[in-house]
Design a binder for this molecule. Structure first.
Ligand code: PXP
Length: 241
């Protein structure tokens, strides 16, 4: 089945808004894996609004599946990744004022910078994924970077904003990019804005190996607990169409 990587950023958000020591995203990661998550994702932002450097180091110590660190191309972040050695880094664009990641990397403009950072990380044994909008032109550039990029994560934000059942064009673009990416030898992942209501058409795309889901899962966990929220999401990912 499609793997689920649980993004624990917003466990840390809840901690940071009160400057408290709890809830602990590392404890949440352990519970998430015990509940069936296949891996854990955390985004270390330049403003440290949720995940902190110490969380990344602690996650590295406890995560048993794949630890995926989302980060910008900033040198400071590359240093953290090289010191911590997560299994995978997903490179994302980052704008200080944004509420959440607003779009994919623009490889048409930044191919050289991305290549330089990806090479640096790959040399240290870290797999590199790129967060990309569902645009075949972006995927074609990613395919040129196969020597230092293992895969890419399709941004499902625009898809997730469609009314249920009206995914038409957005879904078709994601399917096309997934097909194209897999044909060129890249691993294909997807995420952003996915919920148990909209996840199935995405988990049904055969080329997509893994989904990164955070906000909806952690929000649901506040009400019913993390274990049940993950169980529900895994069940939704497998629902008959
Ligand atoms: N993928 C990337 C690159 C992201 O930046 C985020 C948000 O941190 C996600 C996936 C998860 O999005 P959401 O929290 O909406 O599930």
């Amino acid at each position: 089945m499609t793997r689920l990587s649980v993004n624990v950023d917003h466990v840390a958000t809840l901690r940071q808004v009160r400057g408290a020591a709890y809830p602990d995203p590392v404890e949440a990661a352990t519970v998430a894996e015990a509940a069936g998550a296949h891996g854990i994702t955390a985004h270390l932002r330049c403003d440290r609004r949720h995940i902190q450097d110490g969380d990344v180091a602690a996650l590295k110590g406890v995560v048993r599946g794949k630890l995926n660190l989302e980060m910008s191309l900033a040198e400071e972040m590359v240093d953290v990744a090289l010191a911590t050695r997560p299994d995978q880094v997903t490179l994302v664009p980052e704008r200080p004022e944004e509420i959440t990641t607003e779009g994919g990397l623009d490889l048409l403009r930044h191919e050289r910078d991305v290549m330089k950072t990806a090479r640096n990380l790959t040399r240290a044994g870290i797999s590199v994924s790129l967060f990309l909008d569902p645009d075949p032109d972006q995927v074609r550039v990613a395919a040129r970077l196969l020597e230092c990029v293992e895969g890419f994560e399709i941004n499902t934000d625009s898809y997730s904003k469609c009314a249920p059942g009206a995914f038409g064009e957005d879904l078709a673009k994601i399917q096309e990019c997934a097909r194209l990416g897999a044909q060129t030898g890249l691993a294909v992942y997807a995420g952003h804005g996915l919920t148990s209501q909209n996840v199935r058409p995405i988990s049904a795309i055969p080329e997509i190996e893994e989904l990164n889901i955070g906000h909806a899962l952690i929000s649901r966990a506040v009400v019913v607990g993390l274990e049940r929220a993950i169980g529900e999401m895994l069940a939704s990912m497998l629902m008959p169409r």
